[in-house]
Ligand binder design. Structure first.
Ligand code: DSN
Length: 491
């Protein structure tokens, strides 16, 4: 079996280069220290903090030393706006290699006809996708029709008409409180401003996606773009059904698989649960369950690939060549059999975490999970999400508060805590450890009391019973020591 590149032990991951990586980081930090010691100190401290806490943020992970080291090179110094072989700058021959290798791995890993490795982040990937779909689908008049030879010849009235056409298209995406992402049409985000948007939710009783209601909403609203995918929905989605709905109403299906790309790459989500064959355009980040560097990717069917390829200059500036290189390394890692085993453990561990909560009387949105996310409703503990998040952090459990459907506390204080298993699974945690994590979380929440602020009730104030933080820290320390992060790396 191939070694896993992160949780290096003699039996597994990255052990073969742990000492070399350690020496590289020691040297790098020495150099950084000589220029700005505060940055070297914060970097060292971040490793210590990550080593010493239970990282349960569903969108975070630990990239391998190979991925991290790839980002720290002179590839960062090169401008390379344009596309492979067609750049607006000279001397891009090595960046061409980097981008080609990243795209090749992405195509092979996901079985996609076309891959675009330039987006700097998930929102950039979604903007590229939105504008590629608009450019492909919206019949804006060409220059000749407008009687112009060059864009500079267009009158203000022509531009007004183009803006109205491009800016008033319809987008239907999952609502934020049902688990959708900001970029799926949330009003304060650009996606909620540039599109005429509508949201679909989940069933109020079960918390599950109701495909019939979604189809009815699509028939009524007739979106140009139907967005699938989520950031906080703890269930798998049937993308074949989403494509049927999109086809029926003439919509383009765009799936944002940022959260679960690792489960697709690791062949946990196959058949109807794999969005790539069904979506016209699929976007993702590379740093969540996929375990790469921070960044984005767009995969497209052939009819959208030319437009996606114009992501720069349409939406993006110069690509981050050092990050594209790290994407290539991470994607190469994700093509190894060890990544499939990892992805399966991520899903199995989420089940164990959910069962651990349920058997201790906690309420979960949708009653459980079948992906990498568990969404805990903390109202039964008498807490807001904000209070629960802070109390957990005091005890060394790093999570994020999250809205739950029809959240009584709104999007700032919230009523939920979102948990994810990708990071601690990378460290080597298994089902027994995740059951123990559930026990520790419930212990913290049972020992947290909301308190009143002097000027009235506050949704942020709380007290944690004496001794709780120390007890939880001690219990986690044992599990963390048994599953070290970047073993062999000493700073
Ligand atoms: N911030 C990411 C998450 O936590 O899900 C999404 O952008």
């Amino acid at each position: 079996m191939t070694a896993d590149p992160v949780t290096a032990s003699s039996a597994a991951p990255g052990a073969e280069y742990a000492d070399t990586a350690s020496a590289a980081y020691q040297a790098a930090l020495q150099v950084i220290e000589s220029v700005e010691p505060r940055i070297a100190a914060a970097t060292r401290k971040e490793l210590a903090d990550q080593r010493d806490s239970l990282k349960l943020i569903a969108s975070e992970n630990y990239a391998s030393p190979a991925v991290l080291l790839t980002m720290g090179t002179w590839l960062s110094d090169k401008y390379a706006e344009g596309t492979i072989g067609h750049r607006f700058y000279a001397g891009c021959q090595n960046v061409d290699v980097v981008e080609s290798v990243a795209a090749e791995h992405a195509r092979e890993l996901f079985g996609a006809p076309y891959a675009y490795a330039q987006p700097h982040s998930g929102i950039d990937a979604n903007l590229v996708a939105f504008w590629a779909i608009l450019a492909t689908r919206v019949e804006a008049p060409g220059l000749a029709e407008l009687g112009a030879k060059h864009v500079n010849d267009l009158s203000e009235a022509d531009w007004e008409s183009l803006r109205n056409k491009l800016g008033n298209q319809r987008l239907l995406g999952m609502s934020l409180d049902a688990g959708g992402h900001l970029t799926h049409g949330f009003r304060p985000n650009i996606s909620g401003k540039m599109f005429h948007q509508r949201s679909y939710g989940t069933d109020p009783e079960t918390g599950l996606l109701d495909y019939d209601k979604l189809a009815a909403a699509a028939r009524e609203f007739k979106p140009l773009i139907l967005v699938g995918g989520y950031s906080a929905y703890p269930r798998r989605v049937n993308f074949a059904k989403l494509r049927e709905i999109a086809d029926e109403v003439g919509a383009t299906l765009m799936v944002d698989m940022a959260h679960f790309a690792g489960l697709v790459a690791g062949k946990v989500f196959t058949g109807d649960e794999n969005p790539v064959p069904f979506a016209h355009v699929t976007t993702t980040t590379t740093h969540k369950s996929l375990r790469g560097p921070r960044g984005g990717l767009v995969l497209a069917q052939p009819e959208y690939s030319d437009a996606v390829d114009k992501g720069c200059p349409m939406v993006l500036g110069g690509p981050l060549s050092h990050v594209m290189a790290a994407k290539a390394v991470a994607l190469a890692e994700a093509r190894q059999p060890s990544f499939q085993a990892y992805a399966q453990r991520v899903a199995d561990n989420a089940k164990s975490l959910a069962e651990g909560f349920l058997k201790r009387g906690a309420r979960l949105v949708t009653g459980g999970t079948d992906n990498h996310i568990v969404l805990l409703d903390v109202t039964s503990f008498g807490l807001t999400g904000r209070q629960a998040e802070s109390a957990l952090l005091d005890a060394g459990v790093v999570t994020n508060r999250n809205s739950i459907p029809a959240d009584p506390n709104g999007a700032w204080y919230t009523s939920g805590i979102r948990f994810g298993t990708p990071a601690l699974t990378t460290r080597g945690f298994g089902a027994a450890e995740f059951d123990r994590v559930a026990e520790l979380v419930v212990d913290v929440l049972n020992n947290t009391q909301p308190t009143q602020a002097s000027s009235g009730p506050s949704k942020a104030k709380y007290t944690l019973a004496d001794g709780t933080a120390e007890r939880i820290h001690a219990a986690s320390a044992e599990m963390l020591a048994a599953n070290p992060l970047y073993p062999g790396l000493t700073l």
